[in-house]
Write a protein that binds this ligand. Structure first.
Ligand code: CP
Length: 307
């Protein structure tokens, strides 16, 4: 079975076609509230071991819009709470013969591990600090719609890079598509091996934003910082929070992105986040449904009827 586990599961040939499909689904979603039948007879199981608003609900809506039967497992009310392991839970669900398992888990590598244990397609909806490939794909769709072409873009990813699966997937996919990527953040929140990611690294936000077309802000991922020295939010905003003054260092017409959830007044000022002339944040949420429809439809098409 094909899976979608990392951004590297895409390639420079297939990605533009998947983006075109995403564009078509954006148009469809804007014009019609009816469901398609591309996943008719398929069952999609959403298995979220970590909290989610955007990813979980957009996968559910995407699968329903394609005509699939969807089960969103209430993990908090499941036998996971009685001590059942991730693998036992997945193997149990697999015995019910779903077609696609969408998983989010706090352990890096959880989606990959699961894909080796089940007979259905697995989609990684975020595994620890490792990858969040559908987020990177929806971000790419948002950028292509805003700029037309992504190959000439310089994208700054700012903030807590170390704990960010969004950053890792975006770096991989953006570089694959020919964009330049910069990482901007305090030395404590940029990985020590970041220079090997093929990105320019900046520890001064204004300096790093010079010449950028896209400013992608990340939140402090406190849930992955147990025991670490956490900066005060006021101090953090002063140096690393995006406001009008810092944004003015980027190129004229630069657009602002954030995968959500946002912490207003910590990594981003509301004045910037809510300005629809610069912010793509609500577009990203809309693109999330279309992008996930494209991913699910593409996986379904690649199975054929073999099961
Ligand atoms: N961007 C993102 O993954 O948001 P959620 O945690 O709400 O799914």
């Amino acid at each position: 079975k094909p899976h979608f586990l990392t951004a590297s599961d895409l390639d420079p040939y297939v990605t533009p076609q998947l983006l075109d499909l995403g564009d078509a689904f954006v148009d469809f979603n804007r014009q019609s509230s009816k469901a398609l039948d591309l996943l008719h007879g398929r069952t999609v199981v959403n298995l979220f071991f970590e909290n989610s608003t955007r990813t979980s609900s957009s996968f559910e809506i995407a699968a329903k819009r394609l005509g699939a039967d969807v089960v969103t497992m209430p993990v908090a009310a499941s036998s996971v709470k009685k001590g059942e392991t991730l693998i036992d839970t997945a193997v149990t669900l697999n015995a019910m013969k779903p077609d696609i398992l969408v998983i989010r888990h706090s352990a890096s590598g959880a989606a990959e591990l699961l894909s080796q244990k089940v007979g259905c397609a697995v989609v990684n909806a975020g595994d620890g600090r490792h990858e969040h490939p559908t987020q990177a794909f929806l971000d790419l769709l948002s950028m292509r719609r805003a700029f037309g072409d992504v190959t000439s873009l310089t994208v700054a990813i700012c903030g807590d890079i170390t704990h960010s699966r969004v950053a890792r997937s975006n770096v991989a996919l953006l570089q694959m598509m020919g964009a330049r990527v910069r990482l901007i953040g305090p030395p404590t929140l940029v990985p020590g091996d970041a220079d090997r990611w093929g990105c320019e690294v900046f520890h001064d936000m204004r300096e790093g934003l010079k010449g950028c077309d896209v400013v992608m802000m990340l939140r402090l991922q406190l849930e992955r910082m147990a025991g670490a020295l956490v900066p005060s939010t006021r101090e953090y905003f002063r140096f690393w929070g995006l406001d009008r003054e810092k944004l003015a260092w980027a190129n004229p017409g630069a657009r602002v992105m954030h995968p959500g959830p946002m912490n207003r007044g910590v990594e981003i000022d509301s004045d910037v986040a809510d300005d629809l002339d610069v912010s793509l944040i609500q577009d990203q949420v809309e693109m999330g449904v279309a992008a996930r429809m494209a991913v699910l439809a593409s996986l379904s098409a690649r199975w054929g009827d073999a099961r």
